[in-house]
Design a protein. Structure first.
Length: 228
């Protein structure tokens, strides 16, 4: 009889260990996709809280292990299989906004983009990375005479309606000019100078109001000196 009781107890424990767990006050079943489903309308869930030194003393952490680090760069950290890192990297500081000097573009040439005849030139942007193309705000200005202008810029220069614009690429910004009758009759001037601003995706900038250390994107004169 004792043997059967032990076997029954073991079976119940095994079933409990392998069952889904729901932690709630309404006795609802856990979601079918979750091993652990915690539900509350007025309480949160606490994960282990540790200092940086304690986090680094965890022995053989499993990939995906989650803790909350309480000092240094505080926040949620997880183990990625080789090192600890924050779940969401800290937002870049304002000093990481990249401002260029005024520079000339080079390598004037004719080409076609989407079956449209355009003239293009290259504006060197060595700090522009592939990652920035996916999440950064990029603005280019050009200077002509006594004025500074934002690209894209449409005018009747040369006697035909045309638009100057730009196409960012890793390490380079293509300056483009398209004549609206597709004649390529209005060339890009090699005498113009350009400058750019690159604002990482998680850096907050408001176009209409210029916060400290940030440009107003519609006004080239608000852009600080080069910081790259």
């Amino acid at each position: 009889m004792k043997k059967y009781v032990v076997l029954l107890f073991a079976a119940l424990v095994f079933q409990r260990i392998n069952a889904q767990v729901g932690v709630n006050a309404d006795q609802s079943s856990p979601d079918a996709s979750a091993m652990l489903d915690v539900k509350s309308a007025n309480k949160g869930m606490l994960v282990p809280r540790m200092t940086n030194a304690q986090v680094n003393q965890v022995v053989s952490p499993a990939t995906g292990l989650l803790v909350y680090q309480t000092d240094l760069a505080a926040g949620f950290y997880y183990y990625n299989g080789s090192s600890w890192g924050p779940i969401t990297p800290a937002a870049p500081a304002s000093s990481q906004v990249i401002y260029s000097n005024w520079n000339y573009a080079s390598n004037l040439r004719d080409t076609a983009i989407d079956q449209s005849s355009v003239q293009v030139m290259d504006l060197a942007a060595p700090s522009l990375t592939s990652a920035m193309l996916n999440n950064a705000t990029i603005q280019v200005f050009f200077t002509f005479g006594a004025g500074d202008f934002v690209l894209p810029y449409t005018s009747f220069a040369g006697g035909k309606v045309n638009t100057m614009s730009f196409i960012p690429q890793p390490g380079n910004i293509l300056i483009t000019r398209f004549t609206h009758d597709n004649s390529n009759a209005v060339p890009l001037s090699t005498l113009l100078q350009y400058r750019f601003v690159i604002i990482p995706g998680s850096t907050s900038v408001v176009n209409s109001v210029k916060p400290p250390n940030h440009p107003t994107l519609s006004n080239a004169s608000s852009v600080p000196p080069a910081m790259h």
